[in-house]
Design a protein around this ligand. Structure first.
Ligand code: SAM
Length: 277
């Protein structure tokens, strides 16, 4: 009998793709917003893709989720109120980490209920955050929420898909201006800003839009094996610049040395940023 190998591939350019050898396709659903697939892979456990792009895998999600939460949380002052807003993040991973580091009230606005349901089924540890009384899940458009809410938050986390489709507006200056109004005086906003190597436009959109709104904009990077080129960026905005560092527990990726080093950027990334600012 001839065995057929199955693979999922994400295309990075016309000439390069990353392929996962898969054991099985566990789910495939087309929602009002996007297509969601879940695969069982050999090397990375359960893989979630949206519109054919890797969102997270069971084995390396901790890098992204620690870095998008613990880095900005390190710069809050000791008297912070413990309130956070997450836009996107329907898998529950960002909320999970914020709960783990002591946040008391989290609003999570995700546009697509199916992402939440899929996560409850395939990533129950992450989605457990949605049954915690400290987390309020709102199914709705984060752009609209940021425009209309009068609540204030210590951190606002944009845990979004790439700047296409429903997430495009999450990379706009108008959206960042609305987010700025939701922050407490010393508050910090952070967004994932793509692969500096394969998606320089995402980083440019984030840095240029946030630069028009915030007094201080800082990009940092992390190694995420299953994302394009394995090298990922996040960008933080604050009114007065980042404050004193507050010590957080060591994670599986995050530690005090990573915090110190993640803002030291390679020359090609600095050049991309300098072209904008
Ligand atoms: N946390 C994940 C990881 O480990 O990389 C990936 C990102 S999460 C699945 C991205 C989410 O952003 C998706 O579930 C998507 O539905 C959501 N999203 C996109 N546009 C949105 C919008 N305008 N408002 C709220 N959520 C949005």
């Amino acid at each position: 009998m001839k065995l057929i190998e199955n693979w999922f591939s994400e295309r990075y350019s016309d000439n390069l793709e990353l392929s996962f050898r898969i054991k099985d396709l566990l789910l495939s659903v087309k929602t009002d917003y996007q297509r969601i697939d879940v695969f069982d892979t050999y090397d990375f456990g359960t893989l979630l893709t949206i519109d054919g792009t890797v969102q997270m895998t069971q084995f390396d999600e901790y890098v992204y989720h620690e870095m998008i939460t613990m880095v900005p949380a390190s710069f809050l002052n000791e008297n912070y109120s413990g309130k956070a807003l997450i836009i996107g993040g329907g898998d529950g991973g960002a909320a999970r980490r914020l709960l783990d580091v002591g946040f008391k009230q989290i609003v999570n606005v995700e546009i697509d209920n199916h992402v939440v349901e899929v996560s409850k089924r395939f990533y129950p540890d992450l989605a457990s955050s949605f049954s915690d009384p400290r987390v309020k899940l709102i199914i709705g458009d984060g752009i609209e929420y940021a425009r209309t809410t009068s609540e204030k938050f210590d951190i606002v986390i944009i845990d979004s898909t790439d700047p296409e489709g429903p997430a495009e507006g999450l990379f706009s200056e108008e959206f960042y201006a609305n987010v700025e109004k939701l922050l407490t005086d010393d508050g910090v906003m952070v967004t994932q800003s793509g692969s500096p190597y394969y998606q320089p436009h995402a980083l440019k959109m984030a840095v240029s839009g946030m630069g028009k709104v915030f007094g201080s904009v800082r990009t940092y990077v992390a190694f995420i094996p299953t994302y394009p080129s394995g090298f990922w960026s996040f960008t933080m905005g604050s009114r007065k610049g980042l404050g004193k560092v507050r010590e957080l527990p060591t994670g599986r990726y995050f530690n005090s040395e990573v915090l110190e080093g993640c803002m030291k950027l390679p020359e090609f990334v600095k050049k991309l940023i300098n072209e904008i600012t």
